[in-house]
Design a protein around this ligand. Structure first.
Ligand SMILES: *Cc1c(COP(=O)(O)O)cnc(C)c1O
Length: 227
C-alpha cells in the first residue's frame, strides 16, 4: 500500500458510519497519484482548474465522478459541461444560467451547490446569506431546467481559532436548513452541505457537513507551478 492509499484508508475509516462523502481534492497532483487513490477505491475527485481537469479527465478511468470545486469562470463552463458531476462553487446567478445553457447543449442536468461567503477574508467568493435569500426568493432559478441545486458549499476562515470555524460552519448549516424549509421542502435532492478541508473537516462534520473536500491530508503538500 502506498502512502496515499494509507492516508485515504485512515480518512475513510474516520468517516465510516457518518454518511459523509469524501471528495479527494487532487488539484496540482499528477495523474499517477490520482490513479493510486482510484486503485484504492476512491471515485470522487475534486479539481479547481478547468484545463487541468480536462487533461486528467481524458486519461483517467471513465467511472470517476469529477467535482469542480474552485472558482469557475463563465467562459469555461462549456469545457466541463459534458462530464462534470457536481459544481461546488456557484457564486452568481449569471454563472448558474451559463451552466444551465451549456448543460442544455449537451442534454444534461448538472448538479450545483451555491457557495456561501462566511469567512472573514475578502478574497473568498460566494453569496452573502441575504444575497442567497434574495436569489431564491426570485423566480429566475426555477426556470433553469438543466441545473439542479443540491445544497450549499462554503469555506471557513483560515484561522487557528476553532471556535470561529465552528461558528462559521454552524451559520451555514442553519442557513441550509432555513432554505430547505422555504424553497426545497419536498425536494429530497437538496441534501448536500459541502464544507470542511484537511484542517477543519472534523469541525465541519460536527456542524453538519455531508461532504468534505480533502486534499493535502491524502496527497501531501501541493507543488504550485508558476507561482
Ligand atoms: C484546495 C481546496 C480544498 C482542499 O484543501 P486541503 O487543505 O488540501 O484539504 C478544498 N476546497 C477547495 C475549494 C479547495 O480549493
Amino acid at each position: 500500500m502506498t502512502a496515499i492509499q494509507k492516508n485515504l484508508r485512515e480518512l475513510l475509516t474516520e468517516l465510516d458510519g457518518t454518511g459523509v462523502q469524501l471528495v479527494a481534492v487532487s488539484k496540482y497532483h499528477p495523474v499517477e497519484m490520482l490513479q493510486e487513490a482510484y486503485d484504492a477505491g476512491q471515485r470522487i475527485f475534486g479539481e479547481s482548474h478547468v484545463q487541468e481537469l480536462d487533461e486528467k479527465e481524458k486519461v483517467l478511468p471513465k467511472d470517476i465522478e469529477w467535482h469542480f470545486i474552485g472558482h469557475l469562470q463563465t467562459n469555461k463552463v462549456k469545457y466541463i459541461a459534458p462530464y462534470v458531476s457536481l459544481i461546488h462553487a456557484v457564486d452568481t446567478l449569471k454563472l448558474l444560467k451559463e451552466i444551465n445553457k451549456q448543460a442544455a447543449k449537451v442534454d444534461r442536468v448538472i448538479d450545483c451547490l451555491l457557495q456561501v461567503h462566511v469567512a472573514k477574508e475578502e478574497t473568498k467568493f460566494g453569496f452573502l446569506p441575504d444575497e442567497l435569500r434574495e436569489l431564491l426568493n426570485g423566480n429566475e432559478w426555477k426556470e433553469l431546467n438543466n441545473v439542479k441545486i443540491r445544497g450549499l458549499m462554503c469555506m471557513a476562515t483560515n484561522t487557528d481559532d476553532s471556535l470561529q470555524i465552528h461558528r462559521e460552519f454552524y451559520e451555514v448549516k442553519v442557513l441550509q436548513d432555513e432554505l430547505k424549509d422555504r424553497h426545497f421542502q419536498n425536494d429530497s435532492m437538496f441534501n448536500i452541505l459541502s464544507m470542511g478541508m484537511s484542517d477543519d473537516y472534523q469541525i465541519a462534520i460536527e456542524e453538519g457537513s455531508t461532504m468534505v473536500r480533502v486534499g493535502s491530508k491524502i496527497f501531501g503538500e501541493r507543488y504550485y507551478p508558476n507561482r
